[in-house]
Design a protein around this ligand. Structure first.
Ligand SMILES: Cc1ncc(COP(=O)(O)O)c(C=O)c1O
Length: 413
């Protein structure tokens, strides 16, 4: 990459096409077409079809759990899991997560109580969880953010001592392990997302996994309107079923899973090499003794050392068509309806507040390779050298974006 002149107006971005966070990984397209042809031939499109059943068996065996119940997406999966676990009253949950973790509680009238996070794991701080328990608390929802596990043993201990249900939002953590055990088998249940942005994807999809037979039976019924057999409704329910088509996409994605991991791992190490010399830019580490999906390359930016704030780095990257993201800014506690209802949550979430201002997620996955990452490394090097100038050019803090910050397409000459 040639030396960037930051004074030059209308210069072209480093990348002609935007690089996205979470661009879908696609499995074998010919196999997907074959499966879809078979679905049409069978004329069995939904309601516990054979492809969904195969997808459920594959997910269950990959993570080593007794029951996998595929659902239309993880948000509905969380709603069903919370209901089947009997959550009510207050539930302790992090604010540094995608809003769905919390909306799925609020949607059924359960009050989320925001808990601070551990600065190293970015996940629930068990000491703070214990401080927040009241006589209205019925459960804890942990999120294995970025696929890096929660402190499961400490949370299980608290749940046992206070007789609380423990559910994990494992949307990011398919294919990851803790102490050699695959994520999926912890707590009462865990919920995976197979959304297009996720490591293994159905387009839209999710799964509730559990080793608890009774819980699995309740989920199976609630996922399908409360039906137990035909014409027999035994509980309140919704329509959370996965149909055959996303399951077909998911099966081919599962088959390619090890290749996706290899690409992600290779990208993670390439980013480490490319950014290791940039002051104040640290990549959140994965525990290499565990299994990881390496789906998220997450920067923790120390603006004192890097001399640019996280939002200034975001603007530098967007100007080059590197569409980095401020996940999960500004934090669910600052979103409605939570902000109005609990305006003082920010006071008890100092670590959450600080992390949300430091984190930046970079493009990875199969749409990105070593060459692109080397160019991104160059962008960081040159911007770091020009930090004084860039500080005058880009505001230190951005409001929530209402439109893209960068040109998405290179204009025709
Ligand atoms: C942490 C977390 N939880 C839940 C969800 C919701 O997943 P889905 O899009 O499958 O409903 C997401 C999705 O991005 C997520 O990141």
């Amino acid at each position: 990459m040639k030396k960037t002149n930051y004074s030059e107006h209308n210069r072209l971005p480093a990348f002609a096409e935007p690089l996205h966070v979470g661009r879908p990984n696609i499995g074998d397209v010919a196999e997907i077409h074959r499966r879809i042809d078979e679905i049409f031939q069978r004329r069995w499109l939904s309601n516990d079809g054979v492809v969904v059943q195969e997808f459920e068996r594959e997910v269950a065996s990959t993570v080593g759990v007794k029951h996998c119940l595929a659902v239309c997406n993880a948000t509905v999966g969380l709603e069903i899991a919370y209901k089947a676990a009997g959550l009510s009253g207050e539930v302790i949950v992090p604010a540094n997560t995608f809003v769905a973790t919390v909306h799925a509680l609020q949607w059924q009238g359960i009050t989320p109580i925001f808990c601070d996070i551990d600065p190293h794991t970015h996940n629930l701080d068990p000491d703070h969880v214990e401080e927040l328990i009241t006589d209205k608390t019925t459960g804890i929802v942990g999120v294995h953010l970025w696929g890096r596990p929660c402190q499961v043993a400490a949370l299980e201990d608290i749940a046992d001592r206070y007789d609380l249900r423990l559910i994990f939002d494992a949307a990011h953590a398919f294919g990851c392990s803790l102490d050699g055990r695959m994520i999926g088998g912890f707590g009462t249940a865990e919920v995976f997302s197979f959304h297009a942005t996720k490591f293994v994807s159905c387009g839209e999809g999710g799964a509730i996994v559990t080793n608890d037979d009774d819980f699995a039976t309740r989920v199976r019924q609630m996922r399908s309107f409360g039906f137990k057999g035909s014409d027999n409704i035994v509980s309140v329910g919704t329509n959370g079923k996965m149909c055959e088509f996303p399951a077909a996409v998911g099966l081919s994605s599962l088959k390619a899973m090890n290749d996706f991991v290899k690409t992600n791992e290779c990208n993670y190490h390439a980013y480490k090499r490319a950014l290791s010399h940039i002051p104040g830019i640290n990549i959140l580490p994965y525990d290499l003794l565990e299994r990881n999906n390496f789906q998220y390359v997450v920067l923790d930016i120390d603006e004192n050392e890097s001399r640019l704030s996280r939002d200034q780095w975001l603007q530098v990257l967007h100007a080059e068509n590197v569409l980095a993201r401020r996940y999960f800014f500004p934090g669910v506690h600052r979103m409605e309806p939570y902000r109005t209802r609990d305006p003082f949550a920010i006071r008890r979430l100092p670590v959450t507040e600080s992390i949300l201002k430091r984190v930046l997620v970079l493009p990875s996955g199969t749409a990105v390779g070593t060459a692109e990452i080397e160019t991104i490394g160059e962008i960081f090097s040159q911007a770091s050298e020009s930090a004084a100038k860039l500080r005058t050019q880009f505001p230190a803090m951005l409001p929530l974006p209402t439109q893209p910050l960068a040109p998405q397409k290179r204009k025709a000459a």
